[in-house]
Design a protein around this ligand. Sequence first.
Ligand code: CP
Length: 310
Amino acid sequence: MKKTIFKQNHLLGIGHLSTADIDLILETAESFVEISTRNIKKVPALKGKTVVNLFYENSTRTRSSFEIAAKRLSADLINFSASTSSLKKGESLKDTVMTLESMNPDVIVIRHSAAGSAKYLTTFARSAIVNAGDGFHEHPTQALLDALTIKQKFGTIRGLKLAIVGDILHSRVARSNLFLHHKIGNQVNLIGPPSLVPREFETMGAGVYYDLKEGVKDVDVVMMLRVQAERGAGVYFPSIREYRKYFAITPEVFSLAKERAILMHPGPLNRDVEIDKTLADSDRSVILRQVTNGIAVRMAVLYLLKGAGK
Ligand code: CP
């Protein structure tokens, strides 16, 4: 297995990765996919290493797949949950991390509502830090597992056209995907109401569309985003009914994409808000494949940071 080429000993965002890093992570992930299909789903690559899952925000997919990834690599894992920790007694993020660090972990995986929280940890922590979603900023492993899913479907991640639809403004998933596909030269159309897709995104190399049909025309990938009510998205458009009318993906609108196009969603889904429920379950949808690929990608990231190659 090749050595890690992360410039830093951390994974903070796609913005910090080179295209060679992205390719290496995906190739490493591809080599790990098969492990999850074995009867004994375990290799000793991270035996003796300790991974801390430090989640200050709710998560189903990211948290459980980092846990499974660490365990399939034979690492020890501590699951820290904000709701049952001393955070409730007023302990700060720094004191919490320093306390966990005194138990000598090797990797801390953090999800936090504050943009920049993962980077902040690198200013005082010894462990490798992995960003599992920091506020509106980045969700790098989501963009990487999306890229692995795209690669499995098309045989490449290059030369493609993507549409990302919905609450772009509040979406760390959109930002990480935009960085990734911009780096490798893919065209990305961002689609949604003007209040959720500011024109400023054009300066990041994206096309901005306020008409869903126009934006999805002839794309290879349609990536729907969740309407993030908890981040205040509901105040950016008049009603869910109106949002659904203009920006929900339906079989009719999806048919405007390329014939081979795939439908993605990072989850959790708001069925029949941003995505038609029959389409979500159709054979064009790769939503559950994305979840499966989360394990291999997170195994690759942990391995490249702390495995034998390192
Ligand atoms: N896609 C994603 O980050 O999902 P979770 O919030 O369930 O981790």
